[in-house]
Design a protein around this ligand. Structure first.
Ligand code: NI
Length: 258
């Protein structure tokens, strides 16, 4: 059985890939990574990822505003996101959420922009790609009060505890693990990688950030999701093929890709 992996969160529109994007796609294919979802963080990146999804086979996109960028949204950003969300290959809204670790936008602004985008998620009935760091209590509170859509969503680059992961699973979320699960001291993430129900687990790179071992500290790229998948498969005592088949099927399901 050939390995078919789905990198469910990558930032291939970023300047780090401007010089060698074709080679990045070639290495991705050679590593058995057949699909990649390009996630957005502001309006410009949303337009860029939508264009990538329209022009490259195996590429899909999410459009949305990251909490870091919440303070800089133009007045008409929701109308523009709505327009981009209708482009072919755009399968989710995000990344959106709360980040109290870096606090690059004021917290009340992060919360407002998150809730405004959640209203669009419900209106368009699309899956949501959530970014959350050091803000789980407020995030879960908003999700419970406002709700998402029938289409569900993903906690991307999950960094919380297993206890909070269980709350997210109970709300219907998928949980995506990135390169840090391969780091030697990532005890909490390794625990989650083992305990996660296989039918709710996704893998991602979040490239160009967070390269897995043995590339920690280097530029990350979709091909390297294979290292993360191999590590999780080893932790769970299953084959890479089985882990890849399950996580790819989960990605196709939550993002409604045929
Ligand atoms: Ni990201």
């Amino acid at each position: 059985m050939a390995v078919e992996l789905f990198d469910t969160h990558a930032h291939l529109n970023m300047e780090q890939f401007a010089g060698d994007l074709d080679e990045v796609f070639q290495r991705m294919a050679a590593a058995g990574v057949t699909r990649v979802l390009c996630a957005s963080f502001d309006l410009n990146s949303s337009a860029e990822t939508a264009a990538l999804a329209a022009n490259r086979p195996g590429v899909t996109a999410s459009v949305g505003v990251h909490p870091h960028d919440a303070e800089d949204v133009p007045q008409d950003y929701l109308a523009r996101l709505k327009e981009l969300a209708r482009q072919p290959g755009v399968v989710a809204l995000g990344e959106m959420g709360l980040d109290y670790y870096r606090d690059l936008s004021p917290r009340p602004v992060q919360q407002r922009v998150f809730r405004e985008q959640l209203a669009l998620v419900r209106e368009l009935n699309m899956p949501v790609m959530i970014h959350v760091r050091d803000a789980f209590a407020d995030l879960l509170d908003i999700l419970r009060r406002d709700g998402i859509s029938q289409a569900g969503g993903v906690m991307h680059c999950y960094s919380g505890s297993w206890e909070v992961a269980k709350l997210c699973l109970a709300m219907g979320f998928y949980i995506s693990l990135a390169g840090p699960v391969t780091f030697k001291n990532a005890v909490k993430l390794k625990e989650i990688a083992v305990k996660m129900p296989l039918d709710r687990l996704l893998v991602e790179t979040d490239c160009p950030y967070l390269a897995p071992e043995p590339y920690r500290g280097k530029r990350n790229e979709p091909a390297y999701v294979r290292y993360t998948a191999e590590h999780i498969a080893t932790l769970r005592g299953i084959s890479l093929e089985e882990l890849a088949a399950a996580t790819t099927a989960n990605g196709l399901k939550v993002f409604n890709i045929r």
